[in-house]
Design a protein around this ligand. Structure first.
Ligand SMILES: Cc1ncc(COP(=O)(O)O)c(C=O)c1O
Length: 356
């Protein structure tokens, strides 16, 4: 009988929650609820059948991105979403029984790709306040550690990691690749991209899925030392990026006003919602991203169910006690969430009084 590799047979299917078409307001995947730049859309509409008949070429896009980031084209790889960059690193650096270090709670795909590579995942829990557990991370490094992922700011906590801690990890593991996942960089503003070319084991990943509103385009960036990126190029399809992404990249990067305006709105609305939720007595962590992690305690299941009944999708985080993650949409959308929450809380307290 045909058998896949043992490590693959032992995995279970991972389904993103996005499959429910009944949801009117999707706040569970940290997507933009308003869409991409109109300049990108206009470019898509201008594409003709001939162009789509051709295989896309990644090189011109890599030059654009390198100029945009202030690094060399040899130091950058355009990927099919940041996901593909993570997968590539796992396949390139992790042999069977090698170790990947992640800090939990974490974005799910790190562990999935590492398991598919046959590697072992070493999970280092955040501190009780969800901050970066620097001493424990340093202690977790062994001669088998080949990849360490630091997500900054982190998903699902929304919290950041200090530059000093990142540098300590990089220095402590010179034989390990260190992936700094900057998927939420645009909402945060701090980066280590300028260290590309200076630190040989550092990789930085970015995505167009969040602040650029292009999750459906599947476009990401992986930056690293030229020698390492050259190794990754050996493993990747020359046509991993679709023609829409290649053709729209320039408009996406050039429309700075669009991204800046969107980021400003999201950060403002996020702080407004955080204040409201805190005033209602729910614990909310500070966030440097386009989402909030909220502790609803015993009310978590009721809030999740009540929101789903109102066609609002939030993300359950069973890995954070009592917590749901809420992506930030427009002010109006967040007002809808708040009104729904107030109703759910009121219904719950009426039903509790009835029991008493
Ligand atoms: C931390 C983090 N990294 C990577 C990704 C994947 O991004 P992409 O859509 O570019 O594959 C996400 C998506 O939610 C994320 O939260």
């Amino acid at each position: 009988m045909l058998k896949a590799r043992k490590c693959v047979r032992e995995m279970s299917e991972y389904h993103s929650p996005l499959c429910d078409p009944a949801m009117e307001l999707r706040l569970d995947l940290n997507e933009s609820t308003t869409g991409c730049s109109p300049r990108v859309l206009a470019r898509i509409r201008s594409l003709d059948a001939k162009l789509l008949a051709l295989y896309p070429s990644r090189e011109s896009g890599e030059k654009l991105v390198a100029d945009f980031l202030g690094i060399k084209p040899e130091e950058v790889l355009l990927t099919n979403g940041a996901d593909e960059g993570i997968d590539l690193l796992c396949r390139a650096y992790l042999d069977c029984d090698d170790e990947l270090i992640i800090i939990t709670p974490a974005f799910a795909m790190y562990e999935i790709f590492a398991r598919a590579a046959g590697a072992k995942t070493v999970r280092v829990p955040t501190n009780a306040d969800l901050s970066f557990p620097i001493e424990q991370v340093l202690r977790a490094i062994t001669p088998r550690t080949r990849l360490i992922v630091i997500t900054n700011p982190n998903n699902p906590t929304g919290l950041d990691v200090s530059r000093e801690d990142i540098l300590r990890v990089i220095k402590a593991a010179p034989d390990s690749a260190v992936l700094l996942d900057e998927a939420y960089f645009d909402f945060y503003g701090k980066t280590m991209m300028e260290q590309i070319g200076r630190i040989p084991n550092l990789f930085v990943a970015r995505t167009f899925s969040k602040a650029y509103g292009l999750a459906g385009m599947r476009l990401g960036i992986l930056a690293g030392a030229a020698e390492q990126i050259s190794l990754l190029r050996r493993m990747i399809s020359p046509f991993n990026i679709n023609a829409f992404a290649v053709e729209c990249l320039k408009e996406a990067l050039d429309d700075r006003q669009f991204v800046a305006g969107y980021v400003k709105q999201v950060c403002g609305t996020r702080e407004w919602l955080r204040e409201k939720l805190t005033a209602m007595g729910f614990q909310c962590w500070p966030s440097y991203t386009n989402f909030l992690l909220v502790n609803f305690g015993d009310l978590r299941a009721s809030v999740l169910e009540g929101m789903t009944n109102r066609k609002i999708a939030l993300r359950n985080r069973p890995d954070c006690a009592g917590c749901l993650r809420i992506s930030i949409g427009t002010q109006q959308e967040m007002e809808r969430v708040l009104a729904a929450l107030e109703e759910i809380v009121a219904e719950k307290s009426v039903s509790q009084q009835a029991v008493r």
